[in-house]
Design a protein around this ligand. Sequence first.
Ligand code: ADP
Ligand code: ASP
Ligand code: MG
Length: 404
Amino acid sequence: MKIVVLKFGGSSVGTTEKIKKVANIIKEHRKKNYRVIVVSSAMSGVTNELISKSREISNNFSDEEYDVLVSSGEQVSCSLIAGRLIHNGIKSRSWLAWQMPIFTEGYHKNSRIVQIYKSNILKFLKEGGIPIITGFQGINNKNRVTTIGRGGSDASAIMLAKFFKAERCIIYTDVEGVYTTDPNKLKKAKKIKVISYEEMLEMASLGAKVMQPVSIQDARLNRIDIEVKSSFINKKGTLITKKSNIINNKTITGLTSTHNDSKVTLIGVKDKPGVAASIFKPLSKNSINVDMVVQNISANGKETDLTFTIKSDDLNKTKKILRSNKSINFRKLLFKKDVSKISIIGVGMITTPGVTFKMFQALANKKINIQVISTSEIKISVLIDKKDVKKALTALHKEFNLDK
Ligand code: ADP
Ligand code: ASP
Ligand code: MG
């Protein structure tokens, strides 16, 4: 059986008119003699609305109930897609994750898909039906509904492609593919034809919302090629695949930026073993994700300054935790909202010397101040003021020849 998995993001199913178009795309794939499995996200904005409602009810809303609540958006979109196909005379039905079931492990709000039961879907496919499966959700061994993290329908699609041994996995979205940088932020961004899992994983983790990072990890592990394309215009998109399938002569493949970051600095922290652990342990216990970290070398061997970044949503909680932490001493606590992390990503930088210098020089030429730096083998990230993001992206895009 030749199977294709088609995933539609929130932007593709944002209105009933768009859902009618999605039904047409599904029909096209069926004509090509594929057995089609569809996975959909909630209509755009719906998941956010549900999350706001949970916050209105309680600022400590139960994780179990959060998953039941926020996964409900997918039920709506899937039934609308199935309903439209049935309207068009095509055999279809919706499937909620627990009805299959799709099993997950791990914490609520952030579970991982580990097993998918296929028999009902296979039977339906053989009968010529098109199953429409809810993305983002699963069920755990306690028989509770789970969700797999924001943007998680991408990972649902990849895992469906894995378990059903699909020949193709296509992610439909509101842009034509993966671009050198967010095309909604920089007009000069160019569509990338082919990109490796490694580079896509870095881009996704560093802010390129077009694919969710976990989905890329799963695809890399299972060697699943992903096509990302637009649900609005029929054009060739981007192929995400293994490195050996790619010839790329550019040093840098893409740029990313984050938003909603804040910087925290502790001045005059005692410079002795265990201090960093005492600072970060309570933060991690409270699920606060710490990103970039720098510690200055202490001039006198007694005291040092420690800087790290977090999401701005966690700023108030972080302030409280640090101020009430009896196991650390510091002279002053500084907070800065509205910072952004800009990253350049590319396997080409492994073999090309001088990339770091080129990046810093390009930013310096635009008088953009670098506050924190972090690097890995295939990426360099810098923290800058949020107001400079557009200027920085424009300068770096040009510097690394991505405009062409
Ligand atoms: P969906 O609703 O289909 O899941 P998302 O909103 O999650 O769509 O992802 C698509 C968005 O990702 C685009 O509208 C675009 O603004 C953003 N994006 C960020 N970085 C990139 C990039 N490098 N290439 C393409 N899109 C990007
Ligand atoms: N609807 C979910 C979200 O908004 C899952 C997804 O979009 O993939 O996070
Ligand atoms: Mg998405």
